[in-house]
Design a protein around this ligand. Structure first.
Ligand code: AMP
Ligand code: MG
Length: 339
């Protein structure tokens, strides 16, 4: 199949393709998505096939507004979901609620619930509006790879497998949405994202639980390896410079000096063959993490080493979550063992 790039000016082709049950990659403010008509099981199956995504990993459904959500859920809208929608939509927050039959079970990965989000990106919104139906869209990468934040990233992963990639420039946020399960009595943060835990708790005026031993459920996708470039990622999660230097020295030796370093600028001359600056506040780090992985991978390093001193506030929790899942090995505080 030939893969063609489109822009805002010729979205009609993409909308026609979606109508005919095809899949299309498009920009959103979080990362690039791979979309299909969410009510068409066969069309959504093409997403799973193109990504190599396991069938039990459900897709997030994108709608235009709260009334679009209400058409997809069973029972009344819970107060938590209403507050989150009113506060953050359009924007990078996804809510999980009991599903009615509108979205086929296979699209929901066999779950009785449905995950829904209202994107703010203009192109994403024009597609949903043009199709006149909700769009199911996971990130537009091969399963397990870093999410794409530019049209070219999608091209590298999916060229020849999808008819269209809409180029809308770089994704604003660079990390996937915050997912909150609102289907039970207490809200649970299933996936941290740009909107942090303390912000959720302050608008909801209640505790938001983290998935764990004392919560009954998990995000189904959490058990899969995620976000990893080809080179193994090694995360130095430390504060003290001398400890970081020591870890770098060890790694440099272990990987025969063929290391790519993604780190704050001050480490630029430190024993790495390739260096990319990782920004110095949580927003720029979130924005540059996945594109940094992809950029450095092009040099074929034996390892990509990331220096990031973990910080749980705001989007910091999401960065730590993605790094925990992407990394093969960690120095310092160990965040999350690969499942
Ligand atoms: P992605 O599309 O790659 O951003 O991942 C979507 C993630 O959303 C999945 O891996 C799940 O963790 C979560 N998700 C989607 N639908 C549901 C659902 N019905 N219930 C719980 N979590 C969901
Ligand atoms: Mg994804």
């Amino acid at each position: 199949m030939k893969t063609e790039f489109l822009t805002m000016e010729n979205l009609g082709k993409a909308i026609d393709a979606l109508r005919q049950g095809e899949i299309v990659a498009f920009p959103t403010e979080t990362v690039y998505g791979l979309g299909a008509d969410a009510t068409n099981t066969r069309a959504c199956q093409k997403i799973f096939e193109a990504k190599g995504r396991p069938a039990d990993n459900p897709l997030i459904i994108h709608v235009l507004d709260l009334s679009g959500l209400e058409r997809l859920i069973r029972g009344p809208l819970p107060e938590t979901a209403r507050i989150l929608a009113e506060t953050f939509w359009p924007g990078p927050v996804t809510v999980v609620l009991p599903a009615n039959d509108t979205i086929p079970l296979a699209v929901r990965g066999g779950m009785p619930t449905v995950a829904i989000r209202v994107p703010s990106d203009k192109i994403a919104r024009s597609l949903i509006e043009g199709l006149g139906r909700p769009i199911a869209a996971p990130s537009a990468n091969r399963s397990g790879r870093p999410s794409p934040t530019r049209a070219l990233d999608v091209w590298h992963d999916l060229r020849g497998q999808i008819p269209y990639i809409i180029d809308g420039g770089e994704s604003l946020v660079g990390l996937e949405s915050t997912i909150v399960d609102c289907s039970l009595d207490e809200p649970v943060l299933l996936r941290p994202g740009f909107v942090g835990l303390e912000t959720l708790e302050s608008v909801l005026k209640r505790k938001v639980l983290l998935p764990g031993a004392n919560t009954p459920h998990k995000a189904p996708g959490m058990k899969y390896t995620h976000y990893a470039p080809h080179a193994p990622v090694i995360w130095i999660n430390m504060k003290e410079d001398h400890l970081i230097e020591e870890a770098l020295r060890k790694l440099d030796h272990e990987y025969h000096r063929n290391i790519a370093l993604l780190a704050p600028l001050k480490w630029q001359n430190y024993c790495a063959k390739f260096f990319l600056a990782l920004g110095d506040n949580v927003e720029t780090v979130a924005h540059g993490l996945f594109s940094g992985f992809r950029e450095l991978d092009r040099h074929n390093p034996d390892a990509i080493v990331v220096i990031w001193d973990e910080n749980d506030s705001g989007v910091g929790l999401a960065i730590a979550n993605r790094l925990g899942k992407a990394s093969l090995k960690q120095f310092g505080r160990v965040r999350q063992v690969r499942e």
